[in-house]
Structure formats: C-alpha cells, structure tokens
Design a binder for this molecule. Sequence first.
Ligand code: ZN
Length: 226
Amino acid sequence: MKKDNKILMSDPVVSSTHVRPSQEPFVNLIHFDRDIVVDPSLSNRSRYFSCVRFSVAEKLSTAKALLPKGVRFLVKEGYRPLHIQQLAFERALQRAKKSFPNEDLNYWLAEASKYVAPPDVAPHPTGGAIDLTLIDANGNELDLGTQYDAIPQETNYATFFDATNISKQAMQNRQMLAYALQSVGFVNYFTEWWHWSYGDKYWAVMTNADWAVYPPVSEQELVDLL
Ligand SMILES: [Zn+2]
C-alpha cells in the first residue's frame, strides 16, 4: 500500500527510519552516460556535486529511455556535503521565523522543510538524491512551471509537484518527468518537482521499505567510495 504522498521531511516518521548502511560506490554523473547532462552551476558547493550512488546513476540511465525522443535529463545537483545542508536549513528556518513570527518552532521546522531537508534526514548528503529537470534537443530547459530550486512560499506553492497554478504544458512536462523516474523506483518530494531520491530515509518511508540503505557521508568518505 502506498503512503500518503504529503509527508514532510520534518515528520518524525522520516527521522525514526532505520538505515542499514550500504558501502555502495559513488559515481560521477559527468562521466557516466553521455545522454545525461550535468549543469555545472552548483560546482562551487562541492567538487563532488555531480556524484551519486551507483544505483542512482544506473536508474537514471534506465529512466532516460522512458522520455520522449529528443528530451533529456539535466542534472542540477546530486551529492551535497552536510555542512552546506546545515547552513541551507538554518537559512530556511530563519526565513520561516520571519514570515510567521507568531507560530512555534514545530511550525517553522515544517515550513523550512518544504524547501530544505533537516540535516538528520537530508537525502542529498547520502548520494541517493538528485535534483533535475528536462531539456530539449537544443539544450533548452523545458517549462516545468517554476525555476528549479524556487522557494515554495515565494511561488504561491507552484513548486509543489501537484500544483495547479502552472500552465497545462508545465503540468504535462512534470508528468513526463515523473513517469520516467517513478518507473525505475525514484520517489519525489511533493514540495519540489525537481527533487527525486532512492535509498534514503524519505524513500524508505514512501515505499514502505523496512530500512534505508544510504547514510549521509562526508566528502572524504565519498572519495573512498568513488
Ligand atoms: Zn533536492
């Protein structure tokens, strides 16, 4: 049975999920598959920003065949070091406090986690998550309704996968993305159409898996697994 797809990363059900750590290697998507394009914009965050677990890369390779001819994945970010995750979450939390000064900490944590995952459950530091969009044959990004990485609260929540305040074309493009990625076992985070993962705690919750397989790793641990 599938879980309600509106579970936030800040939900205790995510943090309480067990991990049976896999030593699965990392690969760099830049060299993995010539049809999978990597956007270098976030290379300043980590020199390993385009690295993911081997299974994630393989699944992406399989999923590309399920896209219409001429459409390709454009990967924005894979691995993200924990210290960057921590900073980003702190910023999102401050923003939530400012926007909703009369609410309490639980409310702020929930609001912040619509945009950045709390560090203890964060998918990107595990190598199991990818942020990605679609490009056409000329390399132009398709319309997915909002900018990749737009802040949900600043787009009237149009970043939510199921948003209806976007164009018909954008909705169709989101379905195209979802069809390919869900078919190979990725799970979307419902507040961000661009965020997909496999093997992390959120994935385990959404697929009713008994445990997650990817723990967060430091850059040094990643290098040892490359
Ligand atoms: Zn993401």
